[in-house]
Design a protein. Sequence first.
Length: 116
Amino acid sequence: QVQLEESGGGLVQPGGSLRLSCAASTSLFSSYAVAWHRQAPGKQRELVARITRGQNTNYADSVKGRFTISRDNAQNTADLQMNDLRPEDAAVYYCDAYIVLSVDYWGQGTQVTVSS
């Protein structure tokens, strides 16, 4: 069982930045792909960004050019740098570490609020 812990959420003004971090309790972190998802009240959970074991990344169209996902396998962490935040980015953000067709672990989420 892998534990994931997100941190870095909070309140930010529109146009501001936050950096979310996901810490994993496994030394085999490099074996997992990692994704960040978000869920706003009354909306479905959506994929925000994903990074593969080989460092390939992809993003939701709504965050391209503003968000950057990265990982540090030596530290067993994956970060989501969020710039130029908008009110519509407000949501609970979840970290997800998985091996395709094998295992899938989720964190508890961290709240991001974008408001003036």
